[in-house]
Every structure is written in C-alpha cells, then in structure tokens.
Design a protein around this ligand. Structure first.
Ligand code: NAP
Ligand code: G4F
Length: 350
C-alpha cells in the first residue's frame, strides 16, 4: 500500500499561547511540525515541553529551530530548508500596552515580520505553501457603532500594535492578489487560556484573585475596568487556524464568540467562582473593589495600566466562519474562566 505523505507545518511563534495549542492540534492530525524559537536567556519552552514526550512519538514529528522574524535571512533559510505545506505566522510583539513603549520594535516584528515571511515564500517560488496570518480584532480599534464586527467592518487601529497588524493583514491580501500565494487572514478576537501570558488582563485577574484567595497577595492593580471584550478559548481558536488553511481558497475570516463582557464583569464572575464577593466603591481612577467578607480593598486602579488610546468595544460576528468553515466556539466564557481558575488553583493544591 502506498504510504500517505505527512503534511509539514512551520509555526512561527510556537512557544506562545496559540503556538502551543496549534502544535498540539497538528501533532494529533499527524503533521510533521517545525517551530521557530528565538534565542532567550531562559529556556522559554514551558508551553510546548509536554509535546516532546506525550503526543509525539520519539520526538520524530516535532522540530525546533532557532530563528527570529526580525532576521530576513534566517527566516528565508528556514523556509527554504523545510519547504512546508503550511506556514502559520503567530509570531508578534503581541502586547498592545507595551506597543506604546516600544513602537518601532513592535512594527519591526509584528508588521515587517509578516512581510519577511511572505517575501521568502515569493522569492523561493513555493507555489504550494499556504500562509496563515494571525490578524487581530485590535485592527478595528475605534468602532463607530457598538455592534458585532465582521469581515467588512473598516479598520481604525488605536495602537502601533493595531497599525502593525493592519499592515500585516493587507500584506497577506496583497501577496495573494499580486503573486497568487495562498495567504489567509484569521481576524481573531481575544482568546485566553491557562497558558495566557501573565500580563494580559484575564490571566492577571485570575492569577491575582487566586493568589489573594490563598493569602499570597493582598491586592490586584488594574487599568480600564469598562473595556468590552469578546473572550474565547485559545484551544478553539487553534482549530479555526487549521480550518482556514484547509478551505478551498485563501480568504479573510472573523473568529469570535459574539459574546461581550467588560473587564469588571470578568472580575466579578471570577471572584464569584472563588467564593469571593466584591463591592465596588468610588469613581474613575479611584474606583476600588472591596472584599465584602473582610472590608479590605483587593482591587485598585493605577493610571500606568491605562492606554493613551483605548479600544473600548470588541465583539465579533463569526457567521462567515460558521457557514463556510463549519467552525464555532465550543468552550463558553464561563468554562474558559473555570479552566483558568482550575489551573491556578492546582499550583497550590498539592
Ligand atoms: P504570545 O503568547 O505573545 O506569542 C507570541 C509568539 O511570538 C511567541 O512564541 C514569541 O516568542 C514569538 N515571537 C515574538 N517575537 C518574535 C520574533 N522576533 N521572532 C520569532 N518569534 C517571535 O501571543 P498569542 O496570544 O499566542 O498570539 C499569537 C498571535 O496571534 C500573535 O501574533 C498575536 O498578535 C495574535 N493575536 C492574538 C490574539 C489573542 O487574543 N491571543 C488575538 C488576535 C491576534 P517568545 O515565547 O520567545 O516570546
Ligand atoms: O488583555 P489585554 O491586554 O488584551 P488586548 O489589549 O485586548 O489585546 C489582546 O487581544 C487582541 C485581540 O483583540 C490581540 F490582538 C492582542 O495580541 C492581545 O492578545 O487587555 C484587554 C482590556 C484592555 O481594554 C485593557 O485596557 O483590558 C484592559 N485592562 C484593564 N486593566 C488591562 C488591565 N489590560 C492589561 N493588559 N492589564 C491591566 O492591568
């Protein structure tokens, strides 16, 4: 019987939240996976270490390469060596607030990084290689009407992170139109998980409240409590990335849950699940959350967590993905929070 050739995927950003879930998924789908890791002073592979001894058989299906998407030569060399069937570009300076502090660096990685990968595909004439761009709901930025946003809603980014993602989005569309490259955008709304980086708001809230609960921390300091986000689970969103590249043609897709919550609501739900009840007092930057049982302040605000320009409202309409990709979220925001709390509590329940 003829042997079926395994698909080969190359993941830029494999050490990140999404990269780790995507790698897990593709290994289960029998892919050979190559991941690009940038050099850092610590190992920084904790999100993918488990893949080397469980899902993977004798480490023959997953390979890690040193590289950096700020380095066009290394990016081209890696792509040339592997000649993958699918490239997932998940690499980015992905923190919106940090992009106000390091705008030039953010643009280099988040915007030009995408261009470097697409140029490599073009120069190497890899006609069969499909490209996935991790586009973001941050591109919508200043929305005119607080309604579900879709593939035709105009972009008005509010940070250099958002501006960089708009550049990368249009670069993918351009390489598709100009050179016929199979380049698709997943416009993903916020997605979280136990593996979320510690300075993103959901992880900061869950980690902070759990540490307060077990007596390791006194209070949690945050920024804007009234921003609205559409929070899904990263595991579901990894499935959408794969589906986007399996679709018959390259296209652009909104991936979301179409549910909205404020940061404050996320805190209240998380606290309730931990049997903590919060009473909110004060206004503006002086607003505080008191633990009803003890009367002590457990949440306060600091201007340093506010952004010069905020994205106040994000909710996504994923009808197109539901109809054509047969994708829909399977994990509710409630279960996302349960998953995140369970993970944090397990650190202290031994
Ligand atoms: P993340 O956890 O911050 O992961 C980012 C990944 O990019 C990490 O593996 C990081 O490596 C890597 N990276 C950073 N700079 C690099 C460079 N110069 N060269 C090579 N790799 C580099 O982000 P995520 O939440 O998984 O998100 C994945 C992608 O989706 C990002 O592009 C993000 O902007 C986008 N996105 C995320 C969301 C969301 O809600 N999570 C929504 C829409 C779009 P280190 O581990 O070394 O830092
Ligand atoms: O968790 P965040 O930092 O996520 P943000 O800015 O929405 O960006 C995330 O989602 C994007 C998709 O829309 C991705 F493209 C991007 O890579 C990233 O994954 O902040 C969420 C909201 C913001 O409105 C922020 O102002 O929470 C508010 N917030 C309030 N206090 C805070 C804090 N955000 C952070 N990070 N830290 C706080 O203390």
């Amino acid at each position: 019987m003829a042997k079926i050739k395994k698909k080969v995927a190359l993941i830029f950003g494999i050490t990140g939240q999404d990269g780790s879930y995507l790698a897990e998924l593709l290994l289960k789908k029998n892919y050979i996976i190559h991941g690009v890791k940038r050099r850092s002073s610590s190992a920084n592979t904790e999100r993918i270490d488990h893949l080397f001894d469980s899902v993977n058989f004798n480490n023959k299906n997953i390979f890690i390469h040193y590289g950096d998407i700020s380095d066009g030569t290394s990016t081209l060399n890696i792509i040339n060596k592997i000649k993958p069937d699918e490239i997932y570009n998940l690499a980015a300076q992905s923190h919106v607030r940090v992009s106000f502090d390091v705008p030039e660096y953010t643009a280099d990685i988040t915007a030009l990084g995408a261009l470097r990968i697409l140029e490599s595909i073009r120069i190497l004439k890899l006609k069969k290689t499909k490209y996935y761009q991790a586009s973001s709901s941050e591109m919508y930025g200043l929305v005119k009407k607080k309604k579900s946003l879709d593939e035709i809603t105009p972009f008005h980014p509010r940070s250099i992170y958002g501006v960089s993602k708009v550049f990368a989005y249009h670069t993918a569309v351009h390489y598709r139109e100009a050179y016929g490259i199979f380049a698709s955008n997943g416009i993903l709304f916020n997605h979280e998980s136990p593996r979320r980086g510690p300075t993103f708001v959901t992880k900061k809230i869950v980690q902070g409240l759990v540490r307060i609960k077990v007596g390791l921390q006194k209070k949690l300091t945050l920024g804007n409590l009234y921003a609205v986000r559409d929070w899904g689970h990263a595991k579901d969103y990894a499935v959408s990335m794969w589906k986007i590249l399996q679709y018959k043609k390259p296209d652009d897709w909104v991936i979301a849950t179409n549910k909205e919550n404020t940061v404050k609501k996320f805190i209240d739900i998380s606290a309730r699940k931990l049997s903590m009840k919060i009473k909110w007092v004060g206004k503006g930057i002086n607003e505080r959350g008191l633990d009803i049982k003890t009367g002590k302040t457990i949440i306060d605000l600091d201007k340093k967590y506010l952004r010069p320009t905020e994205v106040e409202f994000l909710k996504g309409n994923f009808s197109k993905a539901r109809r054509y990709l047969k994708w829909k979220p399977s994990i509710s925001t409630d279960d996302l929070i349960n998953d995140m709390i369970r993970f944090e509590m397990n650190k202290y329940n031994s």
